[in-house]
Write a protein that binds this ligand. Structure first.
Ligand code: GRF
Length: 207
């Protein structure tokens, strides 16, 4: 059984996509053993509660130091014997020590085709606003391993989504979520659970 720890900050639609794929059997052999929210108001917590998934809020703001936050996360995930950490719409930066301990066992979904429209400050609706401002014809989503900076880790999966002439940031975000994010994140978890992802430096190979 692959034990998942899912980190959330917002509406939790990516968490919901994982839950749905577990319920459908697509992610058989995977179990969400904990959901960790970065803020108490995250609707993702209500989604977890609906499925009796243990959930906690560990907010960076409630720690005097980044190291304290890091240590609290490490203690929590270790106590849950988490195998794979999944950042699903998670907006806080993880500390160096946490990333070291879970190196190549943390994956993130980002709503653009990295290296476009990513990095510090590119979250939520912003990548879509920037994509429209730039006039790109294609955008999409990326699942990558998490390293020590925002959105810079080795890429696992990407999927392109057409930009339409009448798109707004909201309509584009919705389509990227529906057509790319909610498919790619469960797919990456499945590949990982089947031992089909190998990594050599920055090169990720899917067997
Ligand atoms: C999604 O676009 C996600 O990629 C981004 O925040 C949005 C909401 O994610 N990080 P969720 O609904 O909380 O999973």
């Amino acid at each position: 059984m692959l034990r998942l720890g899912v980190m959330v900050s917002g509406g939790g639609t990516n968490l919901q996509a994982i839950i749905d794929k577990i319920e459908s059997g697509y992610l058989e052999g995977c179990k969400i053993v904990t959901v960790v929210a970065s803020r108490p108001g995250a609707y993702a917590l209500e989604r977890a509660a609906r499925y009796d998934i243990p959930a906690v809020c560990i907010s960076k703001k409630s720690f005097a130091s980044a190291d304290g936050y890091d240590q609290a996360l490490l203690e929590h995930f270790n106590s849950c014997n988490v195998d794979l950490v999944v950042l699903a719409g998670f907006l806080s930066m993880l500390g160096e020590n946490f990333v070291k301990v879970y190196q190549n066992r943390i994956i993130n979904i980002h709503p653009s085709l990295i290296p476009s429209f990513c990095g510090k400050g590119f979250y939520g609706i912003i990548p879509h606003q920037k994509a429209l401002e730039h006039g790109v014809k294609v955008t999409g989503a990326t699942v990558h391993f998490v390293d020590f900076e925002y959105d810079t880790g080795p890429i696992i999966l990407q999927k392109a989504v057409q930009v339409l002439d009448d798109d707004t940031p909201e309509s584009l975000q919705r389509r990227v979520m529906e057509q790319a994010e909610w498919e790619l994140l469960p797919k990456a978890i499945k590949l990982y659970s089947e031992g089909r992802i190998s990594i050599d430096g920055r090169k990720v190979t899917i067997k």
